[in-house]
Design a binder for this molecule. Sequence first.
Ligand code: ASP
Length: 430
Amino acid sequence: MKKLPLHWQIIIGLILGLIYGIIAANSGWRTFTTEWISPFGIIFINLLKLIAVPLVLSSLITGVASLSDLKKLSRIGGKTIAIYVGTTTVAVTIGLVSVNIIQPGRKVPDQMKAELQETYEKDAALKSGSAQNIKTRGPLQPIVDMVPSNFFSSASSNRNMLQVVFVALFLGIGLIQIPKDKGKPVLDFFEGLNEVVIKLVDLIMIMAPIGVFALIAQTMNKVVGDDLSQVMELLSALGYYMLAVIIGLIAHGAITYTGLLITITKMPLKLFYKGIAPAQLLAFSTSSSGATLPVTMECCEDKLGVSEEVSSFVLPLGATVNMDGTALYQAVAAVFIAQTLGMNLDLSSQLTIILTAVLASIGTAAVPGAGIIMLVIILEAVGVPSAGIALILGVDRILDMMRTVINITGDASVAVIVASSEDQLIIPKK
Ligand code: ASP
């Protein structure tokens, strides 16, 4: 019997997780789910995170070392960053158009506003606190943060992925410049490591359907708790806000990425979306572009034909700095909160949102819920009280799942575009 393709297996895991989550919420199986189901999701995510640092390190070092000259590296780097910033700016603009047309803030009932503020007041204060820590740093701090003083401390946390990218680039550049016979053992080591880690991605993905089931079940457990009717109420009050985000995300995917892929590359859209599907489903289930990175890389190389040289540079960088979905959501959320609080944001405030959202999304960590922390900074930049995030916290996890899908789709599209422009895209026949 032919084996069901991986993305179908993951979809089945996802749907079963949703169904289980609803039944569990109705039957009061909260503790059981946390103790007996959720650990499988944690194991799955941990495995993915476990291989992220070795994968980025080994593939980037071998990628850079295979480049014949450094000019090529800076050309690829320049292109990648320019497209990343360009697409993110478009994303924020689409978000602003969507929220200004739908005007979701004018549609929240007054009583619900007060209830939301009260329920999520404490959580909102916590998030504002985290944002303040980020805000007190100097303007050049992000660049300083990229350069570690000790490699082992950067490799010890997946949050330091940019530092790992920096070390790998640095090591790769050094490797090109020493005599070939001296560099060979080092390069052989990293090439071997790279092969092993890629094999490990395959092995981990065998567990994907179960991992996704457990992750979705636990997410439902947390979001729904024991009271499904309360969630329904929340969803209907914030329905228009969610709609504004979702329409924006879909429009960005359908217009921006699709447009770029059609005009700049020869990649058939069907092949692109089919190839990237496992990574998208994983992004949806984990809400983390960082945890999804190994799979995004595998999909781009194996299914879309992006060269390792391009994917190992573009994708780890993208997972950390390119978050179109997050930036779009931040723009919609900022305007929504302002509208709900009865404030009017003029054109200059909306332009400030574009600028701060692009920067904030670059600084957002590739983990669940990071986007809402950076939202506080945007709110403050346009003079909206940051306690307003209490209004949207209840549905944030659901939107996080969706924006993470767009985040990784953006990374993959740019990888395809850059590879195509460098003649490093071998589109698979079937
Ligand atoms: N969860 C998102 C990511 O990892 C970041 C965010 O928007 O919260 O891509």
